[in-house]
Design a protein around this ligand. Structure first.
Ligand code: ADP
Ligand code: MG
Length: 423
């Protein structure tokens, strides 16, 4: 068995024969995942993020072997695992619902996977009594004081491992409790511990924090990252929450409608989204999008403002002269400013003062771009704009203000394909 536990997903497809409304006559096959190619490096913390229903859980279940792939190959380490049952894939999964055994103590929940695995985790050469003799020794010494009882080798190994894991998760004090005697956060740690105890090659985690309240979620988030660093176990972590993705992942794979949109580090995703979907999904509040017209070499024109882009755009913009593109700008790259042709005149519609900063939602009145043309009549030119402004600027609802765009932070997208246009 290889020691390098990378996971390779090679051209994975998944189609369910029937949609969730199965049973209804005429329900069609649903294609849930298409041409998924992703390599998770040895020891990497990979986050899989995307909106609800995009196929995240399905992909994890395919990797775990709980579901059969329709096409493609899955490698764990150097083994092709397509045909292997879950037990033989050396993968541990943590679910959103903790799925602890309710009638077992925390200790036994942690020990469960270890007892069930067929071979001792380590030291397979250790001398062992025949099974019948071992059972006899356990039975006859059971009533003796603790120190004199016969404890099989294997049970001692398990005990060491359970206590080690309990210590690293700070749940040693809970080992004798039943799951119903634990808080949500404690249950979550036991579920993590159960996965860790087996010391698998790979961890799969499916939205493991979504049942926790905000504060506990943030705490557990950093705890999981810290643990993963210590253990160095290759991890695939699924979430719909972009903040979780940005704060936890070494790299992030953004999934939408069953297809990977982009695989990159958190900052690459934020700074260089490859398309409009990623641009909108990563970052909070989301990026603003405004239709503009290009006037080569460097001018971007909207009925309400005109901006000269940095010199680096000249080359690529020459190809789009007089075409309409979508300008993307994040709320944090707009600022409260003064009247000027390059600034956006907006009407404030909503003010959220957070103390440290203030978010506003405003309306860019504007006429319709190219409103002279007959086909665009009847449209309104209103665009909702979110902006972050300093906390000490007081603005009121209905007020007209000017917002400045930081030209170094502008993104441009092809309005038809949604693909980013890079300078
Ligand atoms: P996510 O975890 O990203 O929210 P899922 O992987 O659970 O998404 O589901 C992706 C899509 O696959 C959904 O449209 C869902 O309805 C569908 N789906 C999931 N499991 C089944 C199944 N067993 N049969 C049919 N459709 C399914
Ligand atoms: Mg899911």
């Amino acid at each position: 068995m290889g020691t390098v536990a990378q996971v390779i997903l090679e051209n994975i497809y998944k189609t369910y024969p029937k949609g969730r409304g199965a049973g209804e006559p005429g329900s069609q096959p649903v294609s849930v995942l298409r041409s998924i190619n992703l390599t998770i490096r040895d020891g990497e913390f990979m986050v899989l993020v995307g909106p609800s229903g995009c196929g995240k859980s399905t992909l994890l279940r395919l990797i775990a072997g709980l579901e059969e792939i329709t096409g493609g190959n899955i490698y764990v380490g150097d083994r092709l695992v397509n045909q292997l049952p879950p037990k033989e894939r050396d993968i541990a999964m943590v679910f959103q619902s903790y799925a602890l055994y309710p009638h077992m103590t925390v200790y036994d929940n942690l020990a469960f996977g270890l007892r069930r695995s067929t071979a001792p985790a380590s030291n397979p050469q250790a001398s062992r009594l025949p099974q019948w003799l071992e059972t006899l020794a356990v039975e006859t010494s059971r009533k003796l004081p603790k120190g004199l009882r016969y404890v099989p080798d294997r049970e001692q190994q398990i005990d060491r491992r359970v206590r080690e894991v309990a210590q690293s998760l700070q749940i040693e004090g809970l080992l004798n409790r039943l799951p119903k005697q634990l808080s949500g956060g404690q249950k979550q740690r036991v579920a993590l511990g159960r996965a860790m105890a087996r010391d698998p090659q790979v961890f799969l985690m499916d939205e493991p924090l979504s049942n926790l309240d905000a504060k506990l979620r943030a705490e557990t988030r950093s705890q999981i990252v810290k643990l993963q660093r210590q253990l160095g176990t290759t991890t695939i972590y699924v979430t719909h929450d972009q903040t979780e993705a940005m704060t936890m992942g070494d790299r992030i794979a953004v999934l939408n409608a069953g297809q990977i949109q982009q695989i990159a580090t958190p900052l690459e995703l934020y700074n260089r989204p490859v398309n409009r979907f990623v641009a909108e999904f990563i970052g909070s509040p989301p990026m603003n999008f405004i239709p503009v017209q290009v006037k080569a070499p460097l001018l971007i024109i909207h009925p309400d403002f005109r901006i000269t882009l940095p010199e680096s755009w000249a080359n690529v913009l020459s190809r789009y002269d007089s075409q309409t593109l979508t300008l993307g700008i994040r709320p944090e790259h707009l600022s409260y400013s003064v009247p000027a042709p390059k600034n956006l005149p907006v009407t404030v519609e909503l003010v959220e003062a957070l103390g440290s900063e203030t978010y506003i939602t405003a309306n860019l009145a504007g006429q319709v771009l190219g409103s002279g043309a007959s086909h665009s009549s009847g449209q309104t030119g209103n665009t909702a704009i979110a902006a972050r402004i300093e906390a000490d600027k007081s603005v009121g609802i209905g007020e007209k203000i000017w917002l400045a765009i930081n030209p170094d932070k502008i993104h441009l997208f092809n309005p038809e394909t949604g693909l980013a246009i890079d300078p």
